[in-house]
Write a protein that binds this ligand. Structure first.
Ligand code: 2HA
Ligand code: ZN
Length: 271
C-alpha cells in the first residue's frame, strides 16, 4: 500500500487550498472543496473495505451511492490543510443507504466534512447529470466577486453580461454563464437544492453576498473558472466608479464565441 500523503489527490487538495488561502479568498474556515476520486486509484493508498466511522449526511444522496470523495473538514482552515492534511481533510464513500458517509481516511481529530456538504453533493449530482466527467466542486469567498455582489444586480443574465465585458476571454472561459442566487442561509439543504438547480445550467453559481461555487472535470478547470470570474470582478470593481470610455461590444463577444467555437448563452447578449 502506498502512502496516502504522497497521493496526487491529497497533493492537489493541499496545493489548491494553500493557493486559495494566499489569494485571500478563504479567510478562517471560509471555503470548501469536494473532489470525486477514482476507486481504483484510492485502493492503491487505502484499504477501501475498512470504514473508520459512519457519519450521517442529512439528505438523500442515493444517486452517489458508492462514490468516493475527498472533502475539506467543517470548521477547518484552508491555511492549515497543507501542513496537516489528515486532520483537515477526509475521504468519504456514500454508503448503500444513500444517507450515510463512510469515513475511509482523515478527520483524524474526530471532525467531519464541511457543513456545505449538501450543496456540494447536490451540485455533483446535478453536474453529473449533464456532464458525466464532472469531478470537482469548489466553494470560496473571492474578494472582488463578493464586493461586486453589493453594487451590482444579482441576476444571471446581467451579472454574466457585465463579467463577459470585463476581460476579452471571459465569454470563452465561461460561455455557459453564471447562475446567481439571492442571499440565503448557508449550510442548509435548501441552499443546496437552489445551487444544484442552477448547476444543471451553469458551472458557476454565485451565492449572493456570500461567495461562489464552481464545478468542473478537474481541479485546474474548476479553479480556472473561479479565477477568471474573480479577475473580471476585479476589473469591474476597479472601474465601476470611473467614467466609462471603452467597452467590449456584444457584437465583439459574439465574434469571440464564434471564433473559439464555444456554445454560449446567446440570450445573454443584447443583439
Ligand atoms: O465552510 O464557507 O459557506 C465555511 C463556508 C460556509
Ligand atoms: Zn462560504
Amino acid at each position: 500500500m502506498k502512502n496516502i500523503l504522497t497521493s496526487p489527490f491529497v497533493e492537489e487538495m493541499k496545493k489548491t487550498t494553500a493557493n486559495m488561502y494566499r489569494l485571500g479568498w478563504d479567510e478562517r474556515n471560509g471555503g470548501n472543496i469536494s473532489y470525486m476520486l477514482d476507486e481504483n486509484e484510492v485502493a492503491q493508498y487505502l484499504d477501501t473495505g475498512k470504514v473508520i466511522r459512519h457519519i450521517p449526511i442529512g439528505f438523500d444522496a442515493t444517486a452517489l451511492i458508492g462514490k468516493i470523495f475527498i472533502v475539506t473538514g467543517t470548521g477547518k482552515y484552508f491555511k492549515n490543510v497543507e501542513s496537516d492534511p489528515e486532520n483537515n481533510l477526509g475521504i468519504i464513500r456514500i454508503a448503500d443507504d444513500g444517507t450515510t458517509a463512510e469515513l475511509l481516511w482523515g478527520y483524524a481529530d474526530g471532525g467531519r466534512f464541511t457543513s456545505e456538504l449538501p450543496a456540494h453533493l447536490m451540485s455533483h449530482i446535478a453536474r453529473l447529470s449533464v456532464d458525466p466527467e464532472n469531478r470537482v466542486v469548489i466553494h470560496t469567498h473571492p474578494t472582488n466577486t463578493l464586493a461586486m455582489n453589493y453594487v451590482h444586480e444579482l441576476d444571471d443574465k446581467k451579472f454574466t453580461h457585465t463579467l463577459w465585458g470585463m476581460c476579452t476571454e471571459c465569454i470563452v472561459v465561461f460561455p455557459d454563464g453564471i447562475g446567481v442566487l439571492p442571499w440565503m442561509l448557508c449550510g442548509t439543504n435548501e441552499i443546496g437544492e437552489a445551487t444544484a438547480n442552477k448547476m444543471k445550467e451553469y458551472r458557476l453559481v454565485v451565492w449572493g453576498m456570500h461567495g461562489i461555487y464552481g464545478s468542473g472535470k478537474t481541479m485546474d478547470e474548476t479553479f480556472g473558472l473561479i479565477e477568471t470570474v474573480e479577475k473580471a470582478a476585479q476589473i469591474y470593481m476597479l472601474t465601476a466608479h470611473l467614467p466609462r470610455i471603452n467597452t467590449i461590444k456584444d457584437s465583439e463577444m459574439k465574434q469571440l464565441a464564434e471564433f473559439f467555437k464555444v456554445d454560449y448563452r446567446k440570450d445573454f447578449l443584447n443583439l
